[in-house]
Design a protein around this ligand. Structure first.
Ligand code: TUI
Length: 308
């Protein structure tokens, strides 16, 4: 399937894997790229040296295009931005902030820059700054989120910019893919479904929580701090929401979240950890390889869109 995004990135299918902290490491990214989508290494809060290693490992495994997501709240963001250039990465996405200060260096290096945005205002600013495309991410997503839903955000961003738009948030199958195309998107970005991929190194306990989740099993913590995070409800989200109501400090609260993601992903502590996942977790029912997921989504979408 050809779209402006498959052309821009040189990929077979317009499916991009979200740059999820701790989850989007080299096994997952290389598997998605090998399957014809765009795999992404998620820098999350990781040290720069770790991100460089991950990039090098993907390059050893696949010749296909892949990207790196720079989470802008990473304390080593400046260093990682430079590593992206030095390692010859072709595509960069960004999250949780405004990547304006890195735009010139990335564009000069010929990198395709695709900021993740949660508002029309940031999408327009990114287009003016030279972005090649944007990911419009709705509040249905897991992790750090904005306010607008995918259904409302995507068409408004599509109307506001002339660069291609990638839809994210609440998409996990061919129906979501087809719907995103109807809203004017040129590709989709999926996170939650790839969490349970066979190639994903996420702890089995975490995968089972995503698979068992129902439609209304996520909660958003941190709305009061300006850093809203969507996770599957557990002891930690309940404690966090209680602390938040009682006026805990930002530091106290954030300790619970970032450390918690590692505990859940790596150690499988799904009681005390943060199980970041989107609202579409209720639709994600089984572990499959990335190739199986992408083939299934494309077959379903093409039938719905009546194209071949
Ligand atoms: O970045 C994400 N999702 C994430 S990052 C993450 S790691 C983390 N963990 C704990 C605390 C904080 C981060 C987990 N999930 N998605 C992309 C995204 N970006 N969603 C929303 C935004 C966003 C929000 C506000 C982008 C820009 C923005 O403001 C821009 C400005 O002007 O500062």
């Amino acid at each position: 399937m050809k779209t402006k995004i498959t052309e821009l990135l040189g990929i077979e299918y317009p499916i991009i894997q979200g740059g999820m902290a701790w989850v989007a490491e080299y096994h997952l990214a290389s598997a998605v790229s090998e399957a014809g989508g765009l795999g992404i290494i998620g820098a999350g809060g990781a040290p720069a040296a770790f991100v460089r290693e991950q990039i090098q490992k993907v390059k050893e495994i696949t010749e296909k295009p892949f990207g790196v997501n720079l989470m802008l709240m990473n304390p080593e963001a400046d260093e990682i931005a430079q590593i992206i250039v030095d390692e010859g990465v072709k595509v960069v996405t960004t999250g949780a902030g405004n990547p304006g200060k890195y735009m010139a260096m990335w564009k000069e290096a010929g990198i395709k820059v695709i900021p993740v945005v949660a508002s029309v205002a940031l999408a327009k600013m990114m287009e003016r700054a030279g972005a090649d495309a944007v990911v419009a991410e709705g509040t249905e997503s897991g992790g750090h989120i904005g306010e607008a839903t995918t259904m409302t955000l995507v068409p408004q961003v599509v109307d506001a910019v002339s660069i291609p738009v990638i839809a994210a948030g609440g998409i996990a199958d061919g129906r979501g893919f087809a719907a995103a195309m109807m809203l004017g998107a040129q590709a989709v970005q999926l996170g939650t479904r790839f969490v349970v991929a066979r190639e994903s190194i996420v702890h089995e306990n975490y995968k089972q929580k995503v698979i068992a989740a129902k439609d209304i099993d996520t909660a958003v913590t941190g709305r009061s701090t300006g850093h809203p995070i969507r996770c599957i409800r557990n002891k930690t989200t309940r404690e966090y929401l209680k602390l938040e109501q009682n006026g805990a400090t930002l530091e106290e609260l954030e300790k619970l979240t970032l450390g918690g993601l590692r505990r859940a992903v790596v150690e499988g502590d799904v009681t005390e950890g943060s199980i970041m996942a989107g609202q579409i977790a209720g639709l994600v029912k089984k572990e499959q390889t990335c190739a199986e997921m992408i083939q299934e989504i494309m077959a379903q979408a093409l039938e719905l869109l009546h194209t071949t």
